[in-house]
Design a protein around this ligand. Sequence first.
Ligand SMILES: [Cu+2]
Length: 168
Amino acid sequence: MKRKTTVAIMLAAALCTGHALAQNVVAKDAWARATVQGQKASGAFMTLTAKADTTLVSVASSVAGVAEVHEMKMDGGVMQMRALPKGLELPAGKAVTLKPGSFHLMLMDLKVPLQKDTTIPLALRFKDAKGVESTLDMKVPVASTAPGVPTGGSGAHPHGMHHAPAKP
Ligand SMILES: [Cu+2]
């Protein structure tokens, strides 16, 4: 059956994301935040674990004109975010979580809206301690909230889209 073959190929593709050489870094629980009409920026989040000391130096996506590795933190009572000039360090064996309000992959100048239940391509570029670069190509699901986090609507994380102006 033709259809069956297609499914098998898709499954195989899903199971071997990334280049064989890039397996130094494993990405888990990746997701990108869905956007609303007219929204030009969003974030992507995941947990990265490197087998050997590695730095996430950059990120790219065909859906974003600009993609950067960002950090968010409180500065004088104001939530600020900035691009990490030297990238994000991934110490060997330590899971580094990119999540709302912390490290994240910033997707700007979006060419298309990020729609829930679709996927977007992301290419993560790493450099190891010897300066050898590798790329991890991923398909990241788009969601409104982090997968696996109960959507109780507790309002514990009201930041929402952090490029929006702060509420008074
Ligand atoms: Cu950001």
